[in-house]
Design a protein around this ligand. Structure first.
Ligand SMILES: NC(=O)c1ccc[n+]([C@@H]2O[C@H](COP(=O)([O-])OP(=O)(O)OC[C@H]3O[C@@H](n4cnc5c(N)ncnc54)[C@H](OP(=O)(O)O)[C@@H]3O)[C@@H](O)[C@H]2O)c1
Length: 295
């Protein structure tokens, strides 16, 4: 299988790179072409088309994204160029060479007003620019390539900037940190999502999927979970979204139910707490190795 992976240097891209060649997609069964900024730009239509037409992948995994939710509020057009038009171009040219298209989307396509987990068929209604650009990207992928997988995920933690690393860094500097307690979702391991992606790609079970770890929490309880598992002493103060006043409004409740995955029996995610414990253990191991190397 020939796989074109965009956004390869990002959090999910890195998890996929690590996972390809081990476990679900053994070495020798695939050719991988990883691309990312600054050499490869999804908003450069000519470059997107020539890459796919020349390399002729069997599968395109689009992890490239304009992911800064707050910055997107003032830069909505740029967010749309990357998350919607870029996704459309990749999807259209993938269709031309007969490749499957896998697009990563987000829980932020929902407005967060419901009090129960969202299923794939529930109507989207984004409340911020990032969510609008991702929702439109989903739609353009559906319109341009019938052989698509659209995976909505949430609150990713992997190799890169993420909430877990931010909380650990802040808690080492401060005695008390304030964390939002009125937004609910599901933290998701980038490694677990990568495994799910590789499983789906080997099927023809096309469509839209919710793909998060199991369980739910607020950012506040997520932070408390991180500190409990790392043993760092730091007070966590619950605050409201209103008190924090970020540039982009956030949906309040965007827990996703992995309904399509459950129905098809293709992949089962573990609970986010189990995935977090494994992630923190690996991070601690890496830090210990770095300390040893410095001595
Ligand atoms: N992180 C989350 O919590 C989360 C939650 C739900 C959904 N998602 C979705 O999951 C996907 C992967 O997220 P992630 O956490 O891995 O994001 P990430 O770490 O920000 O990675 C995104 C990658 O895309 C690249 N990129 C940005 N603009 C590009 C362009 N014009 N052309 C080509 N590449 C470009 C980025 O490069 P630079 O770093 O140089 O900009 C980065 O390497 C995204 O579609 C995101 O919307 C993420």
């Amino acid at each position: 299988m020939k796989i074109l992976l965009t956004g390869a240097s990002g959090q999910l891209g890195k998890a996929l790179m690590a996972q390809i060649g081990s476990g679900d997609l053994p070495a020798g069964t695939h050719h991988l072409l990883p691309v990312d900024l600054p050499e490869w730009d999804i908003t450069n239509q000519a470059q997107v088309f020539s890459t796919v037409l020349e390399w002729q992948p069997d599968v395109v995994i689009n992890c490239a994204g304009y992911t800064d939710v707050d910055r997107a509020e003032a830069n909505e057009k740029e967010a749309f160029r990357v998350n919607a038009l870029g996704a459309r171009d990749l999807s259209a040219v993938a269709f031309r060479v007969g490749a499957k298209m896998l697009q990563i989307s987000t829980d932020y396509v929902f407005d967060g007003k419901a009090a129960t987990p969202r299923r794939e068929y529930h109507p989207v209604n984004p409340v911020n620019a990032y969510g609008r650009s991702k929702a439109w990207g989903e739609r353009l992928v559906r319109e341009t390539n019938p052989c698509h997988f659209i995976l909505r995920t949430a609150w990713l933690f992997g190799e890169g900037q993420n909430f877990v690393r931010k909380i650990i860094a802040l808690s080492r500097e401060k005695e008390e940190i304030s964390v939002v307690a009125d937004q609910f979702g599901t933290p998701t391991s980038a490694v677990d999502l990568a495994r799910c992606i590789l499983r789906l790609l080997q099927t023809e079970s096309y469509g839209t999927y919710h793909a998060t770890n199991e369980g739910e929490c607020s950012w506040f309880s997520f932070a408390r979970g991180i500190l409990a598992l790392t043993g760092i002493e730091c007070r966590v103060k619950p605050v409201t979204s209103r008190e924090l006043a970020r540039p982009a409004p956030r949906p309040h409740y965007t827990v996703l139910e992995n309904y399509m995955l459950e129905l098809s029996g293709l992949f089962r995610f573990r609970h986010w707490e189990e995935a977090l414990a494994e992630y923190l253990q690996a991070e601690a191991g890496t830090r210990a190795q770095e300390r040893k190397a410095r001595l």
